[in-house]
Design a binder for this molecule. Structure first.
Ligand code: PMP
Length: 331
């Protein structure tokens, strides 16, 4: 392999991992796109790179400029690295209910981090609105706006989706993923449907999100709650709007956490909660398809980011989420 350049050159082209023990147990092949191997450690590196490239191309981001974003953490981490590589300042607004590991990474990377109370989107103090106001009031700043900025979805339409298709050599029956902004789910689904119109595209939604009800009945109803970070939303973003999604299923936190621990013990993969939730969704979807079917999903980020929560006995006990399964009986 030839050499490549710093942050931007190392984003994407991640392996597609066959989860061999899970696949054997299910008699269907489960494939996970290893987004935790991106340089910033998550699927959001792709969106950040496309958003920054797009702003530079449009001329809204100029030398000495500032990138501002409201984020659950991963987009901020990716933007902070892109900003360092290209010589921009970076201001990140993050709600205070996110894992401390992500806040600490943002500080280490040199971002100007504003931790704000986790309040509903309708509140003016929600991290999204705070970020917009900071960008509006800062000379030479852009607001990355990952929820509405279609450069996010384009990253997945032009890179993640085509990579998955090539890595599968055209042998893929379904794709499933949870949505935060919806960029990954929509972008990959668009790319795959263009290549195989009959391929099934599926949303897996955590509790506390309105997207399951959006896909199944066209409403925005919410049931229950979730502690899984980076996914679940109660509104339709521009990045998600119009995406070709065939079906939806819901996954409980308890199942995602059982899967996170199962994957660590049985596949040697140390993953975050949304990745584990995606694998539960992929497994459950695969079981509705004929034997030997092939289902792909996204392994969004790694477990280190959540070690003090999803992999900490005290936190798990406190949240009544301690895994109890020895095998896959939770599926
Ligand atoms: N998992 C994690 C851990 C994330 O941070 C995000 C982004 N918020 C997602 C999944 C969802 O990605 P997207 O924004 O493309 O829907």
């Amino acid at each position: 392999m030839a050499t490549t350049s710093s942050f931007s050159g190392t984003v994407g082209n991640t392996p597609l991992i066959e989860l061999t023990r899970l696949s054997r147990a299910l008699r269907r092949t489960i494939l996970g796109k290893a987004e935790f191997l991106n340089p910033g450690g998550s699927v959001k590196d792709r969106a950040a790179k496309f958003i920054v490239d797009d702003a530079e191309r449009r001329g809204t981001l100029r030398p000495g400029g500032t990138i501002v974003e409201g984020t659950a953490g991963n987009t901020g981490i990716a933007l902070a690295l892109a900003a360092n590589e290209r010589g921009y300042r970076c201001i990140i607004v993050i709600p205070d209910d996110q894992a401390p590991e992500k806040i600490s990474l943002l500080q280490t990377f040199g971002a100007d981090v504003h931790v704000v109370p986790a309040v509903a989107f309708a509140e003016p103090e929600n991290y999204y609105h705070v970020a917009r106001r900071i960008a509006e009031g800062t000379q030479g700043a852009i607001w990355a706006d990952q929820f509405e900025n279609l450069a996010n979805r384009r990253a997945h339409e032009e890179t993640t989706g085509p990579e998955i298709w090539e890595q599968c050599q055209g042998r893929l029956d379904a794709f499933i993923a949870a949505a935060g902004t919806g960029g990954t789910l929509a972008g990959v689904s668009i790319a795959l449907k263009v290549r195989a119109a009959t391929l099934l595209t599926v949303l897996c939604d955590p509790m506390g999100s309105a997207l399951y009800s959006h896909v199944t009945s066209g409403t925005l109803d919410v049931e229950g709650d979730s502690t899984i970070e980076g996914i679940g939303i109660k509104r339709i973003t521009k990045n998600l709007a119009g995406a070709p999604i065939d079906r939806a299923l819901r996954v409980e936190d308890r199942e995602a956490i059982e899967m996170a621990h199962w994957l660590l013990r049985n596949e040697g993969l140390f993953l975050g909660g949304s990745a584990a939730l995606n694998v539960v969704g992929a497994a459950r979807l695969a079981l509705t398809l004929p034997e030997s079917s092939r289902v792909a999903t996204i392994l969004c980020d790694g477990g280190q980011r959540y070690q003090s929560r999803l992999y900490d006995d005290a936190w798990l006990r406190e949240n009544d989420l301690m895994p109890t399964s020895s095998g896959l009986e939770f599926l």
